[in-house]
Design a protein around this ligand. Structure first.
Ligand code: KG4
Ligand code: ZN
Length: 337
């Protein structure tokens, strides 16, 4: 079964064709980073205008040589409403013309399903990814810790009470004038620094599975304000490394604790922040020592893409059919199916 996936929830215009929920035939991603970087963040109105300009080109490219399409899966939310509408209207128009079903999926669910994707049609490499698992979705808009008991049955254990972790990387990079998006730059600079040189708080929030990163952000910004020598390279590298390590320590500790508490031995990571080299390394090490099986997508499938949306749609259709198309919504909650 071939699914056309469409993703336009934020600043990536993406379309993909996936076979049987796991094998990527095409996955086209048109990034708007160049457009938004001078503003240090996404400008929603610009994002939707550029989705409109790009969507047909991206979908046509994804469909080239992909064979017959059986259904469409599109991101219905959460995200920027103007951007979501470009994707959902396009999906519904194609669905009407080709007379094939169209299913709306949750963007967070898409990030989870990025772990089901592979690029080689080789049955031996098929990953055993059956629930139950604990998922940590960390991106520019989300920091969600999720318990998936069965496929499509989710319980949100905790989420951020203020800034998402990716948002904090972006805001700190903006303050330090390092460019946008902040995550990849801080990751790169942190490699040259020593994470032990600048003491920063770890917001573990021990009595809850929720997260909070705005206090850590303030601590980094205050440190930079108080230490004029922050512009010297070594100090800047140390600050990046220390901040990144504080985020990673909290994410690793809480995710592994959730596994222990719920007696689950699988972790799924997803979202742009999972590209972070320190998070990948520390989570891998910790899972190995705790005998937990870790699934993490390759970095190109951590950031927003339509292949993950097509995969989520495939499993949803297979289990529950297409049903009524989910209405696009900026704050769409993760629902069971
Ligand atoms: O999942 P994504 O592409 O879009 C959203 O749904 O938000 O994630 C984008 C976020 C940005 O905040 C970006 O700074 C962050 O992911 N990011 C990283 C890294 N690469 C991207 N954060 C930390 N380290 C990275 N290497
Ligand atoms: Zn995302």
């Amino acid at each position: 079964m071939n699914i056309l996936g469409i993703e336009t929830s934020c600043d990536e215009t993406s379309a993909a064709v996936i076979k049987d929920g796991t094998f990527i035939i095409t996955n086209i991603v048109s990034s708007q980073i160049k457009i938004h970087e001078k503003y240090g963040g996404i400008v929603p109105e610009l994002a939707s205008r550029h989705h409109l300009e790009n969507i047909n080109i991206v979908v046509e490219e994804a469909l080239k040589g992909s064979g017959k399409i059986d259904a469409i899966s599109v991101t219905s939310g959460p995200g920027l409403i103007g951007s979501l509408l470009i994707g959902t209207t396009t999906a519904q128009a194609i669905s009407n013309i080709l007379k094939i079903p169209c299913v709306g999926v949750n963007h967070i669910e898409g990030h989870i399903f990025a772990n089901y994707l592979r690029t080689q049609e080789d049955k031996n490499t098929r990953t055993a990814v059956n629930p139950p698992f604990i998922a940590l979705i960390v991106s520019g808009g989300h920091t969600d810790l999720i318990l998936a008991e069965k496929l499509g049955k989710y319980k949100i254990l905790g989420r951020t009470r203020d800034d998402a972790v990716g948002e904090v990387f972006d805001k700190i990079a903006k303050f330090l004038k390092l460019g946008y998006p902040g995550g990849p730059v801080i990751d790169r600079l942190a490699k040259k620094g020593n994470c032990k040189n600048i003491p920063l708080p770890r917001p573990y929030m021990r009595d809850t599975w929720d997260f909070s990163f705005s206090g850590l952000k303030t601590a980094v910004i205050n440190y930079a304000r108080e230490h004029k020598n922050i512009r010297t390279q070594e100090r800047l590298y140390d600050l990046c490394a220390s901040f990144q390590q504080a985020c990673v320590d909290v994410l690793v500790e809480k995710t592994v604790s959730a596994c222990k508490k719920y007696k689950i031995n699988k972790i799924f990571l997803g979202g742009g922040v999972v590209s972070n080299s320190q998070l990948r390394a520390d989570m891998t090490k910790k899972c190995k020592s705790e005998d937990i099986k870790l699934f993490l997508p390759v970095p190109s499938l951590c950031t927003d893409n339509a292949a993950m949306i097509a995969s989520a749609g495939y499993f949803k259709i297979k289990k529950s059919g297409c049903g009524k198309m989910t209405k696009p919504s900026a704050n769409l909650e993760l629902k069971n199916w």
